[in-house]
Design a protein around this ligand. Structure first.
Ligand SMILES: [Mg+2]
Length: 361
């Protein structure tokens, strides 16, 4: 089997309301849609980000893939990973991740298995948390509480909210109100998106300790690994992160240095399926659980394949209605706050071209 072509299409759409976290605002959403074609007619599907530097890397890598056997995923990974020519971590790793995922889609289709079974196979359903609680104009405590309560109504046993954009006392009040709204039995997660310095994060963690916070995500910049350890030593709340870390090398250092008990490697960023599985195994060997950041459609496969899969991040359609429309078979939430692992062969990333045509660039 040989790769004959790698094709890209670009889509972008506006969100109903801009999405704001502790550091950034996102008005638009979008995807690069990737198709790896082979001489045997099997096509590998994947999606990636839309940034120009990410796509430039993808186009450089494309030429290195044509003519290769798509089933030789380790070989192609090594061929694409070139610190000197293309960079060690960042947009180039994201580019490589999307191409690697498309190869695994081919491999699973050739095997006639869902990707989850192809790469391991541990469970048929996984627990999720709903990622919401963003900042928005005109959104006060009442609206925030109503939103988080609605997620519990969908069956969610865990919910996540943003922190870090407001003065600490105001953010702590938001956390208190959300805990009150969701009741004592639902896990409450909070995410600062790197908005704090370590000394600030310690202060904030102490302020919200009474509200039974399940985890405090990305308190500081991803490279401040010592900061993670310093915060963890001074609060009872688990300090977690990893969505902005890349490759097994980056995670080796993050796992050792940060002490984070839960690792949020994102398969679409960290180096694809190939690298995610190594990171998950390394985390397992060090007693850490995985709760991957980002795209639920692919992570259902990765999380359900491993023994140390803890929680799937699940984005509700409230923030991006295209979530339920952009794939041919979108992942749906069960009433009990779980998601079932798809049974069709492959990774389930086939784009809904017809539905999405008006957003094509
Ligand atoms: Mg996050």
């Amino acid at each position: 089997m040989k790769i004959t072509d790698v094709k890209f299409d670009f889509y972008e759409w506006e969100r109903p309301t801009p999405l704001s976290n502790g550091l950034h605002t996102y008005a638009n959403s979008g995807n690069t849609v990737i198709r790896v074609e082979t001489d045997e007619g099997v096509v590998g599907h994947a999606i990636g980000g839309t940034r120009e530097n990410e796509q430039a890397s993808r186009e450089m890598m494309r030429d290195l893939m044509i003519g290769e056997n798509p089933l030789m995923t380790e070989r192609i990974w090594s061929r694409l990973y070139s610190p000197k020519r293309r960079g060690r971590r960042g947009m180039e790793t994201r580019a490589q991740s999307s191409l690697d995922i498309a190869l695994w889609d081919i491999k699973a289709k050739v095997a006639g298995l869902p990707l989850a079974t192809m790469i391991g196979g541990f469970t048929e359903r996984v627990n999720i948390y709903i990622a919401g609680g963003y900042y928005a104009e005109g959104k006060g405590l009442k609206e925030l509480a109503a939103e988080m309560e609605a997620y519990v109504g969908y069956g969610a046993k865990a919910v996540k909210m943003k922190i870090g954009a407001l003065p600490m006392a105001e953010d702590a009040e938001r956390v208190r109100v959300v805990r009150e709204a969701i009741g004592p039995d639902v896990k409450l997660l909070m995410d600062a998106n790197c908005a704090y310095r370590a000394y600030e994060a310690i202060q904030f963690a102490r302020m919200v300790e009474p509200y039974d916070v399940f985890w405090f995500e990305e308190p500081v910049q991803p490279d401040d690994i010592d900061g993670y350890a310093a915060i963890a030593a001074r609060t009872t709340i688990p300090i977690v992160g990893g969505e902005n870390e890349y490759t097994k090398y980056g995670f080796r250092d993050f796992i050792h240095g940060s002490g984070a008990p839960i690792i949020q490697a994102d398969g679409t960023n960290c180096g694809g399926v190939t690298e995610f599985m190594k990171i998950a195994a390394y985390a397992d060997a060090h007693g850490r659980d995985m709760a991957p950041h980002g795209e639920q459609q692919i992570h259902i496969h990765l999380l359900s394949a491993i023994p140390n899969g803890l929680l799937l991040e699940f984005y509700p359609v409230e923030y991006d209605p295209m979530r339920a429309q952009k794939y041919q078979t979108p992942l749906l939430l069960n009433d009990d706050g779980t998601v079932s692992v798809p049974t069709a062969p492959g990774a389930g990333l086939e784009w809904n071209t017809k539905q999405m045509e008006r957003y094509r660039l």
